[in-house]
Design a protein around this ligand. Structure first.
Ligand code: ZN
Length: 309
């Protein structure tokens, strides 16, 4: 039983329209699902991914309209690391981001920037053999497109205890210096524990809410049992309709989720028009007449979709 790297990363935004403009516009990700927060259907839950909405490239945002900006601190993920195909792509993105008004920092093999709410991202060059998960976009040539998650960088309030859970419960391997890797049959993912800063964090817009690791659907109950029997508090298996989820907080303070690789986002929409209309899981469909008019208008994502895909 192995984890297949990062399934998705969920974050908070205070401004869904600007969020769509940045992630689906500037960064060229495909908005693969526009739905509501299943714990609060008055606000959006947006999912960005590659063409298919694959686990391994699924960045999600809960919208809390007008939420104050947060600050990452100990016990939080502070940066998301993405794969690019080569060094030329780092330079290409530096120019694109700067022309969109974002500051960037290009170092040897990495490009740092943040989204308009302060969420930090890092592009790195990935030379490994895992499948590239690529979104198509009118302004981003496929040879420069983002290819999926590589890692998250986190600050743990207790790095040894975090390491013990990563290794003994979740099957990560210790590469030293806080660099942990989990390798599945298809995909790997890394958890990088950086030395914690001196300040306290505060959740809010532009911060990461949780990171989800990918499980095989048939293993989900066994994973839940494994986490619970390690002494951590694990939720029951929750059916999120697009996948099944178990949540627990690792001892370093970060909320983890284990999420199944199926059934996926095409389960209630045509793969060609994913994300274009508000998708509501069956339990929420009777609320559509109340929910939909209360949500804010978002940019039309069809403007960024290449013709004929
Ligand atoms: Zn999640």
């Amino acid at each position: 039983m192995k984890l297949e790297g990062i399934h998705h990363i969920s974050c908070i935004t205070g401004d869904a329209p600007a969020n769509v403009e940045f992630y689906a516009g500037t960064l060229g990700m495909r908005l693969v699902k526009k739905t509501v927060n299943q714990d609060d259907p008055s606000v959006y839950h947006l999912f960005y991914g590659d063409e298919k909405g694959s686990p391994g490239f699924d960045l999600t945002f809960f919208e809390y309209p007008g939420a104050a900006p947060g600050v990452p601190g100990p016990g939080m993920v502070h940066r998301i690391v993405w794969r690019l195909p080569g060094a030329e792509s780092l330079a290409w993105w530096k120019e694109r981001l700067e022309s969109a008004g974002r500051e960037t920092e290009l170092t040897d093999g990495s490009l740092l920037f943040s989204d308009p709410e302060g969420l930090q991202h890092e592009f790195i060059v990935y030379a490994g053999s895992e499948e590239a998960l690529v979104p198509l976009h009118t302004e981003v040539p496929p040879e420069h497109a983002i290819r999926g998650f590589h890692a998250v960088r986190a600050w743990s309030v207790n790095p040894p205890a975090t390491g013990e859970v990563l290794h003994k419960v979740l099957g990560f391997e210790d590469l030293g210096d806080g660099d942990w890797i989990v390798t599945g049959d298809e995909r790997s993912g890394r958890y990088l524990i950086d030395p914690s800063p001196g300040h306290h964090g505060r959740p809010g817009a532009g911060t990461v809410h949780h990171v989800a690791w990918a499980t095989r659907t048939e293993d989900q109950d066994a994973w839940r049992d494994r986490v619970a029997s390690s002494g951590l508090f694990a939720t029951p298996v929750v059916d999120r309709f697009y996948f099944k989820a178990v949540y627990f907080r690792e001892p370093g303070g970060v909320l983890f989720e284990l999420a199944t690789m199926g059934p996926g986002f095409a389960t209630d929409e045509d793969p060609e028009t994913l994300g274009e209309r508000l998708a509501l899981p069956p339990d929420f469909e009777p609320l559509r007449d109340r929910v939909e008019p209360a949500l804010r208008q978002l940019p039309d994502i069809r403007q960024w979709r290449p013709a004929g895909v």
